[in-house]
Design a protein around this ligand. Structure first.
Ligand code: ADP
Length: 744
């Protein structure tokens, strides 16, 4: 981090459709700018505020963005401005910025807002000259601000921008849609109704597709991939009817607002309702989710995304060459990237044109492999019945089970594995209570409907245990495998599952029954497993922590209080650090960094200083195994005693709520995708003489397989966590944004 004092002044505005997470971006812009010695001005009400100037442009300090992380929308307002579309309006805007000494601008908005920003930047010099000639600004003012340096962030719930894998607000919108769909599914089941749910997305089916995967929709329409058949109504009806025949109590159809058929004719929710009523005599209701999708508290992911992007945008406007193309700040595979702004906007618009021109194949290619993969998984899962095996195809017997602590999303993964395995024509077995269940012979065959409703259910329907068989138990395990003719195993769980899998993999010479493909699917709230950047369950736990911390913070409004919140994670500080970033904690204690008395002394001094200056709330987050001596209770006592009545200190140990609850959309999507790839792996390897064993994961945006043989190399045995943890690099940012001594 640079400590150089800039004299620069940065303007920041939010424009166009609002999106949850914009506040996190604003907070990061303000605090990173102040940290770097720049001054920062919020421009209220989008471009209109820039045109109108005066009180719409206000200098921000550290405290002005305190306590806003959890708020949806944008505290500085957003608007659509007709004035800014005119040259005259932009001329006024240049004048207002120059009068405030601002020549660096961060725009948080959609493609419209970013286009406007680019035009503004291109005209800057010309308008500056005009203003100077007209005497509206002085020669010195014009000279001092010869260029506008611009950076753009995409705030949009549609996830429709080229140049970033995720836009600010999308994940939260998925939360809202999935919550609504879970609720609708339960009422639909009660009355055996059909529901047509319309979600946003004029040119982008991301929300429809991903929420369809996450909530187990039975049919989905998206703009990028119209139904193949001219007679799609019949196909849809047949599939939904078949679902009913197998005992499904609801039919859920999701339609993106921009969905269309092959001829480009819109497929509306109303039309689908009529089709279902006429052809299937289904009692059908339409729900248009509308602006609910934009609302509510931002998800943990959107808070972190906004934070990372806001920080990067400040870096960009303070260091960019004034003559270089302005950049869009995006994220790809957990890394921030900078791309030429206008190229991204143009390509984004080009996709919309391609959809209009019915160039669907090209559009799907541009959306990327993950989108296409998800679409193909979605299509399989919406089938009511498994396909019959191909003639002559070998029907494998594949076993799935859980291992380790419960993680939300385990059921989602089990459901996908069972259905995709059946779809490929294989026999799916499941063991109850992890390896203990295998030892006890608690294994049963699964059918398509045996996993119905599991997509959204927290906990683990199959049960889970930390049993890690050893000694003679391995022989018993081999015997059970032989008895059930198991030809492949998928273990959905945490480190105990990985360790057992490693044992089976390395002992196949002793026990031929273990000479079968084995795949581990990472499911643990701790995110402490190798070979994947995220384990299933960790996003849900993170969101659960963040929501609880929001409440804890609110409870402290009336008092001067510091909370020490203890979160799970064992020796892995992932939940502690990321929840700290997403909830605005001023200090995170985690095992990777260690805790010393010296640190505690500094933190205490900072707290005392802050409360003396009028601060009302302190928030520290401590990972459960951060330090064996400096426990949560110890820290609370130490602070309480030393605070001498200036503030009081309370502990909150969040405990097992972190392992419960319905899985988040991200966990459901990840569980489904990894299960699909894991089943493919088992099928592929089963044909080999020496079948492989691997753990599946998502790394740098791709599904990857890492050999089980690498387990000991990748994992630190003392602390049961990966030796290399990508998220540790966020530590510095957490520190920058939590700079104490200011009122939160
Ligand atoms: P979004 O940014 O969400 O795509 P809009 O397309 O409505 O939303 O754009 C928001 C605002 O950005 C507009 O009201 C206008 O002030 C400004 N803007 C959009 N396009 C242009 C343009 N071509 N020229 C100048 N300003 C524009």
């Amino acid at each position: 981090m640079t400590t150089k004092r800039h004299t620069s002044k940065i303007g920041v505005l939010t424009s166009g459709g609002d999106a949850p997470g914009m506040n996190a971006a604003l907070r990061a812009v303000v605090r990173s700018a102040l940290q770097r010695g720049a001054r920062v001005f919020a421009i209220y009400e989008g471009y209109q505020g820039m045109v109108d100037g005066g009180d719409y442009i206000r200098e921000m300090n550290w405290g002005s963005v305190g306590g806003i992380l959890h708020q949806g929308g944008t505290i500085i307002g957003s608007a659509r401005s007709a004035d800014f579309r005119t040259r005259e309006g932009r001329r006024k805007a240049v004048r207002n910025l120059v009068l405030n000494g601002i020549d660096r601008l961060i725009v948080i908005g959609g493609d419209g807002s970013l286009t406007g920003a680019n035009i503004f930047r291109q005209e800057w010099k010309e308008l500056l000259a005009e203003l100077r000639e007209a005497g509206e600004i002085t020669v010195a003012q014009a000279k001092a601000h010869p260029n506008l340096i611009l950076a753009g962030l995409t705030g949009s719930i549609d996830n429709d921008m080229i140049g970033t894998n995720m836009t600010i607000g999308t994940d939260t919108a998925l939360h809202r849609i999935t919550e609504a769909m879970d609720a609708i599914t339960s009422t639909a089941s009660s009355h055996q109704r059909a529901f047509v749910i319309e979600v946003m997305g004029r040119h982008c089916g991301y929300l429809a597709l991903m929420s369809g995967l996450a909530a187990g929709a039975n049919w989905v329409f998206i703009p990028e991939s119209p139904p193949e058949s001219e007679n799609w109504e019949e196909e849809m009806c047949q599939a939904l009817h078949a679902g009913r025949e197998t005992g499904r109590r609801h039919s859920i159809v999701i339609v993106a607002e921009g969905a269309r058929d092959r001829n480009g004719i819109p497929i509306t929710s109303q039309y689908i309702k009529e089709v279902l009523e006429d052809r299937l005599a289904e009692d059908t209701r339409v729900t248009i989710l509308g602006h609910v999708q934009r609302g509510g508290a931002p998800s943990a992911f959107d808070r972190i995304l906004g934070t990372l992007m806001g920080n990067a945008a400040v870096e960009e406007v303070l260091t960019a060459d004034p003559d270089s193309e302005p950049k869009l700040i995006g994220i790809r595979e957990n890394n921030l990237i900078r791309s030429p702004l206008m190229q991204c906007v143009e390509q984004t618009r080009h996709i919309a044109e391609l959809i209009e021109a019915k160039e669907y194949e090209t559009v799907l290619t541009l959306r990327g492999g993950n989108f296409r993969d998800s679409l193909s998984i979605m299509r399989t899962l919406t089938r009511a019945q498994p396909r019959s095996p191909e003639p002559g195809q070998k029907r494998l017997r594949l076993l799935i089970l859980h291992s380790g602590g419960p993680a939300p999303g385990m059921n989602t993964a089990a459901r996908a594995a069972v259905r995709l395995g059946l779809d490929r024509g294989h026999t799916m077995l499941a063991a109850y209570n992890g390896f203990q269940g295998v030892l006890d012979g608690e294994i049963r065959e699964m059918d398509w409907m045996s996993v119905s409703g599991w997509v959204s259910r927290g906990g683990a329907e199959l049960g889970t245990s930390r049993k890690n068989p050893d000694g003679t138990e391995l022989a018993r395990l081999a015997e059970v495998f032989k008895q059930y003719e198991v030809q492949g195993v998928m273990i959905i769980g945490g480190s105990s599952g990985y360790e057992t899998a490693y044992k089976l993999f390395t002992r196949s010479d002793d026990f031929p029954a273990f000479n079968i493909p084995i795949v581990c699917l990472p499911a643990s709230i701790n995110n402490d497993l190798p070979g994947s950047e995220h384990s299933v369950g960790s996003d849900t736990a993170l969101n659960s922590i963040v929501l609880d911390v929001d409440k804890i913070k609110q409870s402290a409004v009336a008092s001067r209080r510091c909370f020490v919140v203890e979160v799970m994670g064992r020796y892995c500080g992932y939940l502690a650090l990321l929840s700290g970033l997403a909830s605005g904690a001023e200090r995170v204690y985690m095992h990777e960094e260690g805790v010393t008395l010296h640190d505690l002394q500094i933190d205490l001094n900072n707290l005392v200083h802050g409360f003396e200056q009028g601060k009302r709330l302190g928030l520290m987050i401590r990972g459960e195994y951060a330090d064996p001596f400096y426990t949560t209770a110890f820290i609370v006592s130490l602070f309480e005693k030393e605070a001498g009545g200036l503030f009081d200190v309370r502990q909150a140990i969040l405990g097992h709520v972190q392992q419960g609850g319905a899985p988040s959309p991200f966990d459901r999507i990840q569980a489904t995708r990894l299960a699909a790839k894991g089943i493919d792996f088992l099928i592929r390897e089963a044909n080999k003489i020496s079948p492989g064993g691997a753990f599946v994961g998502m790394q740098t945006g791709q599904v990857t397989f890492t050999s089980l043989g690498d387990l000991t190399r990748l994992v630190d045995p003392d602390f049961s966590r990966p030796r290399d943890q990508w998220w540790l690099r966020l530590q510095e940012l957490a520190k920058i944004l939590a700079e104490p001594n200011f009122e939160e």
